[in-house]
Design a protein around this ligand. Sequence first.
Ligand SMILES: [Zn+2]
Length: 123
Amino acid sequence: MSIFLTSLISGAEVAAQAARQAQQTSQVTQTTNLIQTDVAYLREEVERLSLLNQALWELLRERLKLTDADLEQRAQEVDLRDGIPDGKMRKHPLRCPKCGRVSNSRHRRCLYCGLEFQGDIFG
Ligand SMILES: [Zn+2]
């Protein structure tokens, strides 16, 4: 093989590798842009839901004569429904000890028979 042909093949391989790297960089950039768009959307949704939550609480507090202490107590009760006092509400399937049907741990009562769930049967 001539030295000219060898150099030509080597140059083509370098060019192909550069093209693959450029394509990978472009894909990473596109993925990064999508993630940034998702984060911005989720941030706006959280702000919107926080505003609605605040408005609902103020309305309920006024109309039903509730207090912030009432809200705090209920928030602690809801927090403990998944068995972990961590300020989060994890949900998991829960088999009712009375009727045997499956409800969701977010609920206070069995959706089917109305049994009020106790904290110790979660988790
Ligand atoms: Zn039940």
